[in-house]
Design a protein around this ligand. Structure first.
Ligand code: GDP
Ligand code: ZN
Length: 458
């Protein structure tokens, strides 16, 4: 399968300045020569050079598109195969024409992810890096993009490889001592195993802790904005989104649907759910909204309870405060431009100081404080350490947990002075789980599954 030549449009579909067709495989240069006309032959040009010319129909001689063609010879290309990239500047129709012509030369249309799969199979990247390419394509925020980029560079793999190396040393140490059944050596070895397991466990746990943060950065903090009608929920959503997607009115209860929206606050992606307000009402339409809001409240990672600082607290707000105070929530005291009338001491008794934010959406005041408070709540203020590796892939998390279990079993077996050749089995299976993570021992079907998540042309 790796012997044929494949092609696809590598740029997103739709309107765009240029589109790139990527051709990869042993015949990519020769086949491109048949339809590319310029002064010379692609087969003769040096690698990593760009050439201006035209795509010409080989039998009719019709000029189809003005192009720039790049040649990258194996192994110095993304797939480690001969690659030709055709830059077309026309719209989608002419790009498709060029692709059709390429395919007519005996090139096969690439499956989604096939270029990246070849890069993996040819040893150019490891599995975590390949998966990071998927994340890169899907990244919803700058920070998610940076995390994925870090993985493409291989930081997670590096850390896992260090872990595995430590386990190999431990296994070697155990292997040597299996042959010395004297009691004191056995005793020493058990202690040594416990220490080494504890070290590895701490490292795996650290990686797993980053998973929750990684997930948040990748998918956004699911945020529910709740509060009585007219406190300024829609205004807050709009201020966050900086465009008027939700309806803002002076009539209580006009935001009827749960509107989903991604915003980026101080680099933290929030997936916002605006709600109709948690108001008991006889109005049917409004009630549907209220029920949805309750669901949003249960599903949310973060609750922004908006209160109107310029009015005394209402009966239902006392209930809301009770409902959210033990969750990941922030009390947003809005309308700080108006004189304060709400019972602030009541709120301060129920929320720690760093979870109370005064703001005036109207005066555009306090949004950055809200961002800080959220950063503090979810990342303990550590968000800025950009060289942190976040584990963010479900498969990685699963394998890390599996390795953790094996290591814990190994450690407790050592504590109970179980014969060390039995413990060796646990260490080995931890080592194997971690190997699977970086793709050292993965079956074909898993590989297919991973690469099928890509979009075409990657
Ligand atoms: P919702 O029902 O909670 O979604 O509230 P809206 O966002 O629709 O706002 C209700 C009213 O309060 C509108 O007239 C807003 O202009 C006004 N409002 C929102 N935020 C502020 C603020 O910070 N200060 C003042 N003075 N008015 C605000
Ligand atoms: Zn509203």
């Amino acid at each position: 399968m790796l012997t044929d030549t494949i092609a696809a449009i590598a740029t997103p579909a739709g309107e765009g300045g240029i589109a790139v067709i990527r051709v990869s495989g042993p015949d990519s240069v020769e086949l491109s020569d048949r339809i590319f006309s310029f002064k010379g032959k692609l087969q003769d040009v040096p690698t990593h050079t760009v050439h201006y010319g035209h795509i010409v129909h080989p039998s009719t001689g019709e000029r189809i598109e003005e192009v720039l063609v790049t040649v990258m010879r194996a192994p110095r290309s993304f797939t480690m195969e001969d690659v030709v990239e055709i830059n077309c500047h026309g719209g989608i129709i002419s790009v498709k024409k060029v692709l059709d012509l390429v395919l007519e030369q005996g090139v096969r249309l690439a499956e989604p992810g096939e270029f990246t799969k070849r890069a993996y199979l040819n040893g150019r990247i490891d599995l975590t890096q390949a998966e990071a390419v998927i994340d890169l394509i899907r990244a919803k925020s700058d920070r998610a993009f940076k995390i994925a980029l870090k993985q493409v560079e291989g930081t997670l793999s590096k850390q896992v490889k260090v872990l595995r190396h430590g386990l190999v040393e431990l296994m070697a140490h155990i292997e040597v001592n299996i042959d010395y059944p004297e009691h004191d050596v056995e005793e020493l070895t058990s202690n040594y195993i416990q220490d080494k397991c504890s070290e590895s466990i701490a490292e795996v746990e650290r990686l797993l802790r980053t998973a929750e943060q990684g997930k948040i950065l990748r998918e956004g903090i699911v945020t529910a904005i709740v509060g009585r009608p007219n406190v300024g929920k829609s205004s807050l959503l709009n201020a966050l989104a900086q465009e008027n997607k939700a309806i803002v009115t002076d009539i209580p209860g006009t935001t009827r649907d749960v509107i989903e929206e991604y915003v980026n606050l101080n680099g933290i992606p929030l997936k916002l759910l605006d709600t109709a307000g948690l108001r008991e009402t006889e109005d049917v339409v409004e009630r549907i909204g209220v029920e949805r809001s309750r669901n949003a409240l249960t599903d949310a990672d973060l609750i922004l309870l908006v209160l109107n600082r310029s009015e005394p607290l209402h009966e239902e707000e006392y209930r809301l405060i009770e409902e959210v105070r033990d969750k990941q929530s922030i009390a947003v005291l809005n309308k700080s431009d108006l004189p304060p009338t709400a019972d602030l001491s009541y709120i301060k008794e129920r929320f720690p100081e760093d979870r109370i934010v005064m703001m005036s959406v109207k005066e555009n005041e306090g949004l950055d404080r809200l961002g800080k408070a959220i950063g503090e709540l979810f990342f303990g203020g550590q968000l800025e350490s950009n060289d942190m590796t976040y584990v963010s892939n479900v498969r990685h998390i699963h394998l890390l947990k599996q390795a953790l279990r094996s290591l814990e079993e190994g450690r407790s077996a050592a504590e109970q002075r179980i014969p060390i050749d039995m413990i060796q089995i646990d260490i080995r299976s931890a080592w194997e789980s971690l190997g699977e993570l970086v793709g050292d021992s993965v079956g074909e079907s898993l590989i297919d599954q991973i690469f099928s998540q890509f979009c075409l042309g990657k």
